[in-house]
Ligand binder design. Structure first.
Ligand code: NAP
Length: 218
């Protein structure tokens, strides 16, 4: 299956592209500048030689043509980027990973958005797509290191059951990740906001923490 990543040239997009490709997906890293995406993909491939990673760099338009699309721009670019590509994204599952956060001194704080979450704002401008929220608590630095066994839970929220299951399947294919069905898009606000707490702890403890939920088997 082909996965496109809009804004895939950033740390999160690069790390996720690497993990998905290492798990057998065909990945298109998208950018506003296709040349930049090609250059970023070359760097990723150089860092992990001999892995046979199926990753290509392209413009965001080409990445949006993939079967499943991850939206990995900064939070304030997520809605405009989705809106501009609404036609190409029609009928598809779109995975929002963005967290609307602001740094205040030595901590991160979550912003309150009009629809409660970035994911809900994206769904509002993509009425023909099914949006899922997932991946917010995955540290890019650890995704980018294939020798890191991750051992992370991925909370997945969606209104559409098909989008929920497709996104669970996407992250579940990556060794070391355990996707958990965490509710509808109404819960995305809590999931996104909690990232502020994790990053604050990362700064305090000089760590790349992630989430592992106790008490759920499997
Ligand atoms: N970093 C993490 O550890 C992490 C973890 C979980 C979730 N997230 C979330 O994942 C998203 C990406 O994180 P990141 O650290 O990779 O972000 P980033 O580096 O700031 O941005 C990712 C890419 O988005 C594109 N972009 C930047 N400004 C844009 C704009 N105004 N319009 C359209 N595209 C724009 C850029 O690609 P081009 O210039 O090539 O177009 C950039 O490389 C964020 O929303 C973040 O909250 C991050």
């Amino acid at each position: 299956m082909r996965v496109g990543i809009l804004g895939g040239t950033g740390p999160l997009g690069r790390g996720l592209a690497l993990r998905l490709a290492a798990s057998g997906y065909d990945v298109v890293v998208g950018s506003r500048d296709a040349e930049r995406a090609v250059s970023v993909v070359a760097d990723v491939a150089t860092a992990w030689p001999g892995r046979g990673l199926a990753i290509a760099g392209a413009g965001n338009e080409e990445a949006a043509a993939a079967e499943t699309v991850v939206l990995a721009t900064p939070w304030d670019a997520a809605v405009p980027t989705a809106r501009a590509l609404a036609g190409a994204l029609d009928g598809k599952v779109v995975v929002s990973v963005a967290n609307a956060l602001v740094r205040q001194g030595r901590e991160m704080q979550a912003l309150v958005l009009p629809r409660g979450s970035v994911a809900a704002g994206v769904q509002a401008v993509l009425p023909g797509s099914a949006v899922a929220a997932a991946g917010h608590h995955l540290p890019a630095a650890r995704l980018a290191d294939l020798d890191d066994d991750l051992r992370a839970d991925v909370l997945v929220c969606a209104d559409d059951d098909g989008a929920l299951e497709a996104t669970v399947g996407l992250f579940g294919a990556v060794p070391g990740l355990r996707p958990l069905r965490a509710g509808s898009l109404a819960s995305a606000s809590a999931v996104e906001a909690f990232t502020a707490v994790l990053i604050t702890m990362n700064m305090r403890y000089k760590a790349h923490s992630t989430l592992h939920i106790a008490g759920i088997d499997g």
